[in-house]
Design a protein around this ligand. Structure first.
Ligand code: SF4
Length: 754
C-alpha cells in the first residue's frame, strides 16, 4: 500500500495521484515510442482516455482531467452562476475562489480594503455563500492575489491546474502545469466534464550559467519576451531546463512562468527540482516534497526529449532589462536604456515606481528591494518618485512586516497597498497626473498595455525587476542606471548602490498573518445570497430545450462585416461590472460589430417597426415577440478572448444560430455549450447573396448528425424565389446532446438526475 498525501493543508481528504500519472504514461509511451518532455508527461499523465486519445503536438485536441480549478473574483461570478444552473450539489474537483481584482488602490492597505468591502459587498456575499454551499474554498478580500495563494498553498509538482485568469501559469514555478482559461472551461471541470486543450507544442528554454548581481529572475522572461514577442508562444508550452535552473529560487521561477502569459504561451513550467522541495517544506508541505522526490523520475523530462524549438540563455551574462512602453516585448538591456529614452523621447522624469503584484512579490523580491531602501536610508536620502508596494499575499505581508522589510520601505518613502491586484488591473485612484498628460511609470508587474494601470493613454508604463524599480525611484529619473551611475547622499557626496541582496526564504519561517481563508461548509448553507434587485448579479435560469423541430421563420438580426472579435461581441471596459448579470451585460451584445447594411456599428433596422435602433434593443424586441433570429458574420468570427459572455448573450437574447464563413475555435465551442448552433457557409458566396432582411429556415435538425451538413433555406425579402445552401458544422455526438438539452449544463444536469 502506498501512502496517501493530501493535495493541500486545506483539503486533507483529497490526494495527489502520482500513480495515475505513471500508469497513464506507460500506456502513452508504448504508443508514441519516443522520449517525452516534462510538460508532456504532466499533460499526458492527466488524459481522460490514454488508450484512445490522439496525441500530436500542435494538432490533436487532448481531453484532460485537471487536479484543480481556481477562479478570481471578476471571472468567478459568471462561472459560479453557470455552475449553479447545472443543479449539482458540489464541485467535482477541488476549487478555490480568490477576492483580489475588485480592490481599488488609493490611500493604503487597510483603508482601501475597508472601502472595497463596502463597494463590492454584494459580490463578496454572493461568492462566499456560493463557495460555502458548493464546497469551494473561499479566500476573502485581503487574503492576497490568486497566483501567490496558489503557489503558497495549492500548487504541486506534476499537477494540472486550470484558472480563470491569464497569469495562472505562475504555478509553473512549482512544477505544476497551470493554464489560464475562460469561465466556461472552469465550469466544465467543476461539473465533471473532461477539459479540452489543443495539444501544445513545446518550446525549450535552456538556462546555463549562474545569476548574480543586479540580474533577477524577471530578466529571464523580459529577455525571452524580447526574443519570442507577444505572439511567439501561441499554442506552445515554454519549458525551462538546464544547469542554470538550480540558481533560481522557486518564487523566482514563479515570476518567469507568470509573465510567460505575455508571449501568448499556453503555459510555462520548470521541472521538479530541489528549490521546489525547499519551498514546499518552508510552506508546511514537507509531505508533498518527499512524495514528489519519491516519484522524481516520473515527474522529470526524459533524456533527449524533443522540443519544437530551443532558446539558450546564459544567466552569467544576462543583463537586467527594462521592457516597454506599451508592450511587454520591447526589451532593452539597462546598458542601452538611457539612449533609448533619449532617442524615443520617452518622458525622462519617473513619476511612480510600483513593486509587488502576483508577478514579483515574494519574500526574496521584497527583501532585495528593502536592501536597496536600506542603503538609501543609510545615505540619508528618500524616494524622489512615488513608490508603492503590493504584497502578493497576507502571508508574505505578515512575514515582511515581522522581519522589518516593509518598515524599511515605508521609512524610505514607500506606501504599502492592500494584498490585491490594485494598480496592476487599473484599480488605481491615481492623482499625481492629469489624464492625457505624458508621463513615465515603472513597475515590477507583467502587463503594460496602453492605459492598463491608470486608464491614461499617455502614461508610458515600463516593466522590470523590483530591484531596478526600487533603485530608480531614488533617482526619480528614467536615465538612471544603478549598475554604473551615482546618486548624491544627504551631504552631497556621490555614492553608488551595491547590488541588492535577500534570502530566498525567511529564516524564521513564514508568518501566516491573519486568517483570511473560509472553509466550505455545505451542510450549513441552504441558499446563495443574490438580491433580486441587484444590478451586478442575477440568477441564471436554465435555457429552453430544443423543441424537436427544424427552426423556421428566423429573422436575421445582423449581417456583420469584417473583423468580429469577442470584444466586438461583448465589450469590456465599463461592462465588466455586469459580468455576473446576464440581462445587464447583454445590453452590449454586438455593439462593436459593423452592420453590413449601412457600415455602422450598433445601428440596425428593426424589421418589425422599420426604425433604426441598437443591436441589443432590436434583439430584445424580436425575442419578446417570440421571434427567433440568426446572426451572420465573416471569417474567424469570435477571435480574441475565451469570454463566455459572447456566447451567453446571443442565447439569452433569443438567437438560434450564428452563421459565418469561419469561427475562432474557442468561441465556436462556447456557442455550442450554450445550446446555440455555430454553422459555416459551405459556399462562401452565400454570404454575399443573403440580405439582412431575408427570412431563413434551418433544416435538418431532426436528423442532426456529426459530419452531416444542415441546410439554410432563404426566403428573400424582395419576394424572389427561395433558395437554399448547405451549412457545415463541427458538432460531435456529445455536443449534439448539448444542443438537444438546451446547453451543456442542462445536459450535465440530466446525466446527474439519471
Ligand atoms: Fe492579474 Fe495583475 Fe492581479 Fe496578477 S496582480 S492577477 S496580473 S491583475
Amino acid at each position: 500500500g502506498s501512502r496517501q498525501v493530501s493535495m493541500s493543508n486545506f483539503e486533507k481528504n483529497k490526494f495527489i495521484n502520482y500513480q495515475r500519472i505513471q500508469d497513464n504514461l506507460e500506456v502513452v509511451k508504448k504508443r508514441l515510442q519516443r522520449p517525452l518532455t516534462y510538460s508532456e508527461k504532466i499533460l499526458y499523465g492527466h488524459l481522460d482516455d490514454p488508450v484512445n486519445q490522439d496525441i500530436e503536438r500542435g494538432v490533436s485536441y487532448l481531453k484532460l482531467r485537471p487536479d484543480r480549478v481556481a477562479c478570481q473574483d471578476a471571472t468567478a461570478q459568471m462561472a459560479i452562476l453557470q455552475f449553479m444552473s447545472a443543479g449539482m450539489p458540489e464541485v467535482a474537483v477541488p476549487t478555490t475562489v480568490h477576492c483580489d481584482h475588485l480592490i481599488e488602490a488609493f490611500s493604503g492597505g487597510p483603508e482601501d480594503l475597508k472601502r472595497a468591502n463596502v463597494t463590492n459587498k454584494e459580490v463578496y456575499n454572493f461568492l462566499s455563500s456560493a463557495c460555502a454551499k458548493y464546497n469551494i474554498g473561499f479566500w476573502r478580500p485581503g487574503s492576497g492575489i490568486i497566483h501567490q495563494i496558489l503557489l503558497e498553498n495549492y500548487a504541486f509538482p506534476g499537477g494540472l491546474l486550470i484558472g480563470t485568469d491569464s497569469h495562472t501559469p505562475n504555478a509553473g514555478g512549482l512544477g505544476m502545469a497551470s493554464i489560464g482559461v475562460g469561465g466556461a472551461d472552469a465550469v466544465d471541470v467543476m461539473a465533471d466534464l473532461p477539459w479540452e486543450l489543443k495539444c501544445p507544442k513545446v518550446i525549450g528554454v535552456k538556462l546555463t550559467g549562474k545569476m548574480s548581481g543586479w540580474t533577477a529572475p524577471k530578466d529571464v522572461i523580459l529577455k525571452v519576451a524580447g526574443i519570442l514577442t507577444v505572439k511567439g508562444g501561441t499554442g506552445a508550452i515554454v519549458e525551462y531546463f538546464g544547469p542554470g535552473v538550480e540558481s533560481l529560487s522557486c518564487t523566482g521561477m514563479g515570476t518567469i512562468c507568470n509573465m510567460g502569459a505575455e508571449i501568448g504561451a499556453t503555459t510555462s513550467i520548470f521541472p521538479f527540482n530541489s528549490r521546489m522541495s525547499q519551498y514546499l517544506r518552508a510552506t508546511n508541505r514537507s509531505d508533498i516534497a518527499s512524495y514528489a522526490e519519491q516519484f522524481a523520475p516520473v515527474i522529470a523530462a526524459d533524456e533527449n526529449a524533443p522540443y519544437d524549438e530551443v532558446i539558450e540563455i546564459n544567466l552569467s551574462t544576462l543583463e537586467p532589462h527594462v521592457n516597454g512602453p506599451f508592450t511587454p516585448d520591447l526589451a532593452t538591456p539597462i546598458s542601452k536604456f538611457k539612449d533609448a529614452v533619449k532617442e524615443q523621447k520617452w518622458p525622462e522624469e519617473l513619476k511612480v515606481g510600483l513593486i509587488g503584484s502576483c508577478t514579483n512579490s515574494s519574500y526574496e523580491d521584497m527583501s532585495r528591494a528593502a536592501s536597496i531602501c536600506q542603503q538609501a536610508l543609510d545615505k540619508g536620502i528618500k524616494t524622489k518618485s512615488l513608490f508603492t508596494i503590493t504584497p502578493g499575499s497576507e502571508q508574505v505581508r505578515a512575514t515582511l512586516e515581522r522581519d522589518g522589510q516593509l518598515e524599511t520601505m515605508r521609512k524610505a518613502g514607500g506606501v504599502v497597498l492592500a494584498n490585491a491586484c490594485g494598480p496592476c488591473i487599473g484599480q488605481w485612484k491615481r492623482t499625481d497626473v492629469q489624464k492625457g498628460e505624458k508621463n513615465s511609470i515603472i513597475t515590477s508587474y507583467n502587463r503594460n498595455f496602453t492605459g492598463r494601470n491608470d486608464a491614461n493613454p499617455a502614461t508610458h508604463a515600463f516593466v522590470t525587476s523590483p530591484d531596478l524599480v526600487t533603485a530608480m525611484v531614488f533617482a526619480g529619473n528614467m536615465n538612471f542606471n544603478p549598475l554604473t551611475d551615482t546618486l548624491k547622499d544627504a551631504n552631497g557626496n556621490e555614492f553608488k548602490f551595491e547590488a541588492p541582496s535577500g534570502a530566498g526564504l525567511p529564516s524564521k519561517g513564514y508568518d501566516a498573518g491573519s486568517n483570511t481563508y473560509v472553509a466550505p461548509q455545505p451542510e450549513n448553507v441552504t441558499s446563495v445570497d443574490i438580491d433580486p434587485k441587484s444590478q451586478r448579479l442575477q440568477v441564471l435560469a436554465p435555457f429552453n430545450r430544443w423543441d424537436g423541430k427544424d427552426a423556421k421563420g428566423l429573422k436575421i438580426l445582423i449581417k456583420s462585416k469584417g473583423k468580429c472579435t469577442t470584444d466586438h461581441i461583448s465589450a469590456a471596459g465599463p461592462w465588466l461590472k455586469y459580468r455576473g448579470h446576464l440581462q445587464n451585460i447583454s445590453n452590449n451584445y454586438m455593439i462593436g460589430a459593423v452592420n453590413s447594411e449601412n457600415g455602422e456599428a450598433n445601428k440596425l433596422k428593426n424589421q418589425l417597426t422599420g426604425e433604426y435602433d441598437t443591436v441589443p434593443n432590436v434583439a430584445i424586441s424580436y425575442r419578446d415577440q417570440g421571434i427567433r433570429w440568426v446572426s451572420i458574420g465573416e471569417q474567424n468570427f469570435g477571435e480574441g478572448s475565451s469570454r463566455e459572455h459572447a456566447a451567453l448573450e446571443p442565447r439569452y437574447l433569443g438567437g438560434a444560430a450564428i452563421i459565418t464563413k469561419s469561427f475562432a475555435r474557442i468561441h465556436e465551442t462556447n456557442l455550442k455549450k450554450q445550446g446555440l448552433l455555430p454553422l459555416t457557409f459551405a459556399d462562401g458566396a452565400a454570404y454575399d447573396k443573403i440580405t439582412p432582411f431575408d427570412t431563413v429556415d434551418i433544416v435538418g435538425l431532426t436528423s442532426f448528425q456529426p459530419g452531416k451538413p444542415l441546410t439554410l433555406v432563404v426566403h428573400p425579402a424582395d419576394g424572389s424565389a427561395e433558395w437554399s445552401t448547405p451549412l457545415n458544422h463541427t458538432f460531435n455526438q456529445d455536443q449534439i446532446a448539448w444542443f438537444k438539452a438546451g446547453s451543456a449544463l442542462n445536459h450535465m444536469a440530466d446525466m446527474h438526475a439519471k
